[in-house]
Design a protein around this ligand. Structure first.
Ligand code: TXA
Ligand code: MG
Length: 530
């Protein structure tokens, strides 16, 4: 079949796309998430062609795309109040809702189910083409079944040229992973596929929702899964990919034993690896990871990588969407750390010590990194000699470090602080490592590092997970004033000096605002953290 390449900026090409679709043809269209392989959703014959072009099992239902909210009325039996509210709040958006289907939807579109998935995309070209076709469009991702979804024209062309009537050559997709799919056919609305509209975003609008088990776990083909798409091998490049849940330091070491393996890591990390690497976004920015992931998977094949170890994305917020795609690309193969090291950080007054104490009371090993850094013994020996050399002998009194004198000199300028850190951080980290070993010898398999300067000290590299403890600024202020008996102004200065949004860097957030955080939930996270 000859495939026409259409220009989304030409009215005549949009018209042509509409005509092809009305005549039961296939047109690949750009959307904000991934490119979609579109056909008239109400025509059996047209929809059958999608399954052939993709090589997709025909029990895997398709998403029906509409251009106006009103367009969904003829397609469904009913619209529950929460579904109505959610769609009206977000649409047009990367959000798909599943509702009981009307007769008009052919079984070919719904994969034999009694429900139908509907979404109004945000991309202008997609909306123009739906309007031009004058019918709702069924459009799965435009990849061959089982391969990563295409987010650029080049990737679509590679897979689909000669398999469809036309491809609309749009821009790269901005979102990069497919829409969030949420079903309203269950008692509590259930997310079947996570996307950039996160569980938290949805719960802010309609209250509690569930996340289907198959989002995180491998569900065997025989099991009756809510979303048929979840049971197939998915998003897999030719290369074998394995997800590493090791801390960054151990991830680096992993390649020493596997010199032929390659890396799929976060931006900047490749500089510390001695092997070829492809990156997928910023470690602390799940949205950028979503945009980059599928591109990275295509790149891995372009570069001919055979065996790849991937860094694990976080499983909260938008991170869950990235995790869900990557763990499938890995065929659920992972490398797990033997010991879980969880970094716990937060600003002054956030309630970190309270949480740390509660954890200790529940038998969790907690290492107080601040105590280690304040203990003069940490700096004994060679380190103390280096400090004397750098800052003068008077910082040392009868062989013991005078921290106050050192602080006065070391914090007098940026250069001096840097000099101090260069000398002290390695010994602090070494002490922390010693303490970790002691805890392991005592039988602990999960260890928490209570560290106010976890990131600044680079101790996050030892961690397999990060907890951020938070509270509002007002509350932190009051706590500091009471605890340290200092003035409002002094407390404010201290807070402003170290104010950092640790929640952006964390895998798990503990909010101590109301005072009754759920310690069992935190322990559950610690024991399962990855
Ligand atoms: O972002 C997107 O949603 C993209 C673009 C092109 O719009 N489309 C897309 O479609 O990802 P597709 O077919 O690749 O994924 C649809 C997913 C599948 O996992 C399918 O099993 C599920 O939605 N699904 C569709 N209808 C369903 C239904 N009635 N019940 C349960 N799951 C359904
Ligand atoms: Mg797909």
């Amino acid at each position: 079949m000859q495939t026409d390449i259409l220009n989304p900026n030409l009215q005549k090409d949009i018209k042509k796309a509409g005509e092809i679709l009305r005549n039961d043809g296939l047109v690949i269209i750009p959307t904000e998430t991934v490119y979609g392989l579109a056909a008239n959703a109400l025509s059996k014959d047209a929809v059958k062609k999608i399954y052939v072009a993709k090589g997709r099992p025909s029990d895997n239902p398709l998403i029906v795309h509409v251009a106006e909210f009103e367009d969904i009325y003829p397609l469904v039996k009913e619209i529950p109040e929460k579904a109505d509210k959610l769609a009206k709040h977000f649409w047009p958006a990367p959000l798909t809702i599943i509702l009981p289907k009307a007769e008009i939807i052919p079984t070919e579109t719904s994969g034999g189910l009694s429900s139908v998935a509907i979404r109004m995309p945000e991309n202008d070209t997609a909306l123009n083409i739906i309007k031009s076709a004058g019918c709702p469009l069924a459009a799965p991702s435009a990849n061959l079944s089982g391969k990563p979804s295409p987010t650029s024209f080049e990737h679509v062309y590679e897979d689909m040229n000669t398999r469809v009537d036309a491809i609309v050559k749009g821009e790269d997709c901005t979102v990069g992973v497919e829409s969030t799919v949420i079903s309203f056919c269950t008692e509590i609305p259930t997310i079947l596929r996570p996307g950039v509209i996160s569980r938290e975003d949805i719960e802010n609008v309609i209250g509690k929702v569930k996340i289907d088990r198959a989002v995180r776990e491998h569900v065997s083909d025989k099991t009756n899964v809510a979303s048929p798409g979840m049971k197939y091998k998915h998003y897999a490049p030719k290369a074998k990919i394995i997800m590493s849940r090791l801390c960054f330091n151990d991830y680096i070491k992993l390649f020493e034993k596997k010199p032929n393996a390659k890396a799929l890591c976060f931006e900047g990390e490749e500089k510390e690896l001695n092997v070829e690497a492809v990156t997928f976004g910023n470690k602390y920015d799940s949205v950028s990871q979503a945009t980059e992931l599928f591109k990275a998977l295509y790149k891995i094949d372009e570069l001919g990588f055979k065996e790849v170890y991937a860094r694990a994305p976080r499983q909260s917020g938008v991170g869950l969407a990235v995790y869900n795609r990557l763990i499938r690309a890995c065929g659920f193969q992972t490398i797990e750390p033997k010991i879980k090291i969880i970094g716990m950080t937060g600003s002054s007054g956030s309630g970190k010590s309270t949480v740390a104490n509660a954890l200790r009371e529940n038998g969790i090993a907690v290492i107080d990194c601040d105590e280690i850094s304040r203990d003069p013994k940490t700096y004994e020996g060679e380190c103390l000699e280096k400090l004397c050399e750098a800052f003068g002998k008077d910082i040392c009194e009868s062989g013991i470090l005078n921290r106050k004198k050192l602080a006065k000199k070391a914090f007098s300028s940026k250069e001096n602080t840097l000099k101090l850190n260069k000398i002290t951080l390695p010994v602090i980290i070494e002490r922390v490592n010693q303490k970790i070993k002691e805890s392991i010898d005592n039988g602990h398999t999960s260890i928490v590092l209570d560290a106010p300067t976890l990131f600044e000290a680079g101790a996050d590299r030892l961690c397999t997970g990060i907890i951020a403890v938070t509270a509002s600024e007002d509350l932190r202020l009051n706590r500091i004033i009471e605890r340290d008996k200092i003035s409002h102004e002094e407390a404010l200065l201290r807070i402003k000096a170290q104010d950092k949004d640790y929640t952006k860097m964390a895998d798990y957030i503990v909010d101590t605002q109301t005072g009754n955080f759920n310690i069992q939930k935190i322990i559950k996270y610690i024991n399962h953290a990855n």
